[in-house]
Design a protein around this ligand. Sequence first.
Ligand SMILES: NC(=O)c1ccc[n+]([C@@H]2O[C@H](COP(=O)([O-])OP(=O)(O)OC[C@H]3O[C@@H](n4cnc5c(N)ncnc54)[C@H](O)[C@@H]3O)[C@@H](O)[C@H]2O)c1
Length: 422
Amino acid sequence: MTGGALVVGLGSRAELWVRGLAARGRLAAFCDTTGQRMRVHNEWLTEAGYPPVPEYPAGDFPDVLRRVRPETVVVCTPDSTHAGYVVAALGAGCDVVVEKPLATTAEDLRRIFLAERASAGRVRVGFNYRYNPVHAKVKELLASGVIGEIGSVHFEWCLDTHHGADYFRRWHRDKRRSGGLLVHKSAHHFDLVSWWLDAEPVRVFAEGRLFHYRPGTGDGRFALELTDSPRLERLYGGAPGGYRRDLSPFDPGVSIEDDVAVVARFRTGASLTYHLTAYSPWEGYRVSFNGAGGRLELVVQESEWARPGSAQAAARLSGSPDIPPPVSTVTVRPQWNRPYRVELPPVDGAHGGGDVRLLADVLDEPAADPLGRAAGLRDGIRSAVIGLCANESIATGGVVDAAAALRRITGEPVAAPEGRRG
Ligand SMILES: NC(=O)c1ccc[n+]([C@@H]2O[C@H](COP(=O)([O-])OP(=O)(O)OC[C@H]3O[C@@H](n4cnc5c(N)ncnc54)[C@H](O)[C@@H]3O)[C@@H](O)[C@H]2O)c1
C-alpha cells in the first residue's frame, strides 16, 4: 500500500493505523460521526510530533472521498457499518483495509464481493492474530507435516471478566451492530483455524446463550470507571454522540451470547470443536490439533487474573502497552515418540506482537511470505460465514450448510469435503 490514507472510525482501534500511517507520512484525513474522537486523535498526533490532519463528518462519505482523494481507506467503525464504507471506497477505486469482521450479514459480504470484483482497489482484512509469531510457528509446524494429516481441531477461548465484560458495555452487546461474539470476536479464531488448515468450512452447528451477563444480576466489581484510564476518558468521557462506553454489562438490551459452542466440518474433512466463554476468571486459549502422526497443543495465557479496579485491569481494557506479554507453550506429541516443547520466538507488543507485524505487512513493501499471512476478501468472507452460520444454527437448532452459504456470496462452487471421511 502506498499513497495517502483516510481513516474512518476514530475509536480505540484506529490508533494503531493512525500512528502507523503518520510515522510513514501517509495519513491524509479522519472521518467519524463524532468530532470529539477525531480531535483527540489529532491531539495525540500533535503530542507525538506529527502534524494534525483534516476531520470530516461521516454524513456524506462519497463527498469526503471526492475531497480527500485517498489511495487507501482504513475502516475502523463498528462492525455493521463496515460494508457501507468498504463498498463506497472500492467504488471510488481505493484500496481498503478493514478491521475484522469484514461484515455482519451475508448480504453485506455479497455486496463487498461484487464491489471488489468491479473495482481496481483491493480489500485487506486486519487479521492481526495471523501475525502473532507463535501462531505463525504453529502454521509452519502444521504445514511441515509434523503431525501429518489433521483429523480434528479442539479450540477453547476464555475471555475474562474484565475483557469479556467489555463486550457487554457498548455497541457489541447489540447483535445487529456486532453480529454477536461469534462474528465479532470468533472471526479471529475461525480465521486462524481456516488459515492453519488452509480450508473452507462446509458445515456448522452451534449452541449459545446468555448465561452470565443476565439483566439485573452482577455487582459493582463489573463497573467500568472511565476515569481509571486517561486514554478511555479522553476518547469516550462525556458520551459524545450519545456513545456510552461504560454501560453496566447487566443492563437490559443485551442481544448477544456470552457462552457459545460450535462444531464445524472443513473441506479437508477435519472437524472443529470450538468454545468461547466471556466470563472466565483467566484469559487465554488452548488449541489442540489431532493428526494422523501425532498431536500439537498450543496453550496461551494472556492474563491469570486481575483485581477489579486495579491498574492492571484498566491497562487491559484500554489496550495499554504496559500489559504483561502472554505466556505461550507449543507441545508436539508424535505418535510412539517422546513429546517435546517447541522453542518459541519472543513476544513483543500488542496482540502477541501481531499488530506491529500486520502494520508493516499492510503499509510497507510486502515481503515474500511463505505462510500466506496477508488476508484478503475471501479470508474475510470465510471467517464471517462460520460465525453467521453458527448464529443461524443457534436460531434454528439445525445444521447449516456453510458451503452453500459461501456459494451464495461468491457465486462459485465449493469443492466437496476431500478428507478421509466427508
Ligand atoms: N483486530 C483487532 O484485534 C481489533 C481490536 C479491537 C477492535 N477491532 C475492530 O475495530 C473496529 C473498531 O473497534 P473500536 O473498539 O475502535 O470501536 P470504537 O467504538 O471504540 O470506535 C468506533 C468509532 O467509529 C465511530 N463511528 C460509529 N459509527 C460510525 C459510522 N456510521 N460512521 C463513521 N464512524 C462511526 C465512533 O464514533 C467511534 O469513534 C471494530 O470493527 C472492531 O471489531 C479489531
